[in-house]
Design a protein around this ligand. Structure first.
Ligand code: NAD
Length: 467
């Protein structure tokens, strides 16, 4: 394991004309270390690699509380969320890929009439560049590191500059788990500097990126001259489509969770809710009542469902969408500007925002078209199945969707027609990591998860033997 810290780089700073050079040096040194470590790590047996990944998972489990506290302090999410979602899932990412790496088989085809046997083999690619966002910091970083090293690659990973603490803490665990020097290198820095240097490095043939669609466009352009392999997991504007025969109790409880969890800072959060007109009024009344009960406040208080948003700038951006909705004639039923949060004087200036429900917005409004990435959701009625599909698909994104109905035929029809990489019916965010995760349209390119991650982090070769 190699970590390049600011301290280690201090000697270079005197020679550096500016910070950009420092970032370049940092990435340069990390890529060189990863390149050097690649032959040794890729030559290890799957069992040997799995052992190291399992050890890492055990260490994360053993240090769960320390990591959960740090993730909450760094990101603003509640400690409860970090303790029950972020850190357990980070450990599970290592455990899952440690196991899945042992269960891959390749294709084989006989061509006896030609005297040939064909089969495929999969080889690790080399140094993988991994770039992750701030909303689920360790969860999403490990979702990339685990499959990349399981497949035999070495990595240079860049966590978000907004939330790097748990990545830094994990470096120590990597050493304890026996990850050899140079196999996992974490670089800390901003996107336009450290991130850009990583994407543009000629010795990094593959980049797995999770973040905004705008950054993905920069990455695609930057990597184009090198024809790099790219996996892009991007933003969403996810619809919930609720039919009159839905189990409303379960639907409302889940849709509140899917709209507001983690302050609405999950790419899969529901931000457009379309409800069949015959149950629209009942749904709205009950949904607003439930949203009002979603508690926002100090992240360390176990009674709170949401903590603080990531930054002042982000809070202002999210608030600006609510202001826009109002200026367009929308009704804010609860949340921003309606109910005041119960905060002490000390916390009054925190970046808190209550769960906000809006109606009366046209589908073409920016509020209904753009990713808000905060605790804001809009509710609107529909009359027919066709209209629900058209509204659901009427944005440039295609990440996740939820469909609520007891009619199996209907949910299956909807799943085929909805433009989204993941369609959850009568539930949300239930994940089997074996199955593909990713988006269509502006929500991404490629899929990750079980076999898909393994395929992304390896190159397949077809071998033909004449016998
Ligand atoms: P972002 O695009 O601003 O940053 C993501 C990462 O990219 C950060 O590490 C950042 O430093 C880096 N980066 C920024 N500019 C770069 C550049 N020019 N070159 C290389 N790297 C660069 O995104 P964010 O604000 O951190 O995260 C929020 C976004 O992430 C939302 O759009 C959300 O939907 C998306 N997201 C998607 C998924 C998914 O799985 N589809 C999951 C979580 C978050």
């Amino acid at each position: 394991m190699m970590v390049i810290s600011w301290e280690q780089l201090k000697p270079h700073t005197e020679q550096c004309a500016n910070l950009s050079v420092l970032h370049l040096l940092q990435v340069e040194a990390a890529v060189a270390a990863a390149k050097e470590a690649f032959p040794g790590w890729s030559a290890r047996s799957p069992e040997q690699r799995a052992q190291v990944l399992n050890k890492l998972a055990d260490l994360l489990d053993a240090n769960l509380e320390e990591f959960a506290q740090a993730e909450s302090r760094d990101q603003g999410k509640t400690v409860t969320f970090a303790r029950t979602v972020d850190i357990p899932r980070s450990a599970y990412n290592f455990r899952f890929f440690a196991s899945s790496l042992l269960h891959h088989t390749n294709d084989c085809s006989q061509m006896d009439h030609m005297g040939c046997l064909n089969y495929t083999i999969r080889c690790p690619v080399g140094v993988a560049g991994l770039i992750s966002p701030w909303n689920l910091p360790l969860y999403l970083l490990t979702w990339k590191v685990a499959p990349a090293i399981a497949a035999g690659n070495t990595v240079v990973a860049k966590p978000s500059e907004m939330t790097s603490v748990t990545a830094w803490m994990m470096c120590k665990l990597m050493q304890q788990a026996g990850v050899p020097p140079g196999v996992v290198n974490i670089v800390f820095g901003t996107g336009p500097k450290a991130g850009d240097a990583l994407v543009g490095h000629p010795d990094v043939p593959l980049v797995s990126f999770t973040g905004s669609t705008a950054t993905a466009q920069c990455i695609t352009e930057r990597s184009a001259p090198y024809c790099k392999k790219l996996s892009l997991e991007l933003g969403g504007k996810n619809p919930a489509i609720i039919f009159a025969d839905a189990d409303l109790d379960r639907c409302i409880e889940t849709t509140v969770r899917s709209s507001f969890s983690n302050q609405g800072e999950i790419c899969l959060c529901t931000s457009r809710i379309y409800v069949e007109r015959s149950i629209y009024s009942e749904f709205l009344e009950r949904f607003v009542a439930a949203a009002k009960k979603w508690k926002t406040g100090v992240p360390s208080d176990t009674g709170n469902d949401n903590g603080a948003l990531i930054s002042k700038e982000h809070l202002e951006k999210v608030r600006s969408f609510v202001a826009l909705a109002k200026s367009e004639g929308g009704t804010v039923h609860c949340g921003e500007g309606v109910n005041k949060l119960d905060l002490s004087e000390r916390n009054a200036k925190g970046y808190f925002m209550p769960a906000t429900v809006i109606t009366g917005i046209s589908d073409s409004s920016r509020v209904m078209q753009e990713e808000i990435f905060g605790p804001v959701t809009c509710v609107s009625p529909f009359d027919t199945e066709e209209e629900a599909v058209s509204k659901g698909n009427g944005v440039r994104y295609g990440l996740g969707a939820t469909v609520w109905s007891q009619d199996v035929g209907k949910v299956h029809r909807m799943a085929r027609k909805i433009q989204a990489g993941m369609v959850w019916t009568n539930c949300w965010l239930v994940r089997d990591l074996n199955l593909p995760f990713g988006g269509m349209k502006n929500s991404g390119v490629g899929r990750e998860g079980g076999k898909d991650s393994f395929h992304f982090f390896t190159e397949v070769k077809t071998v033909t033997i004449k016998h």
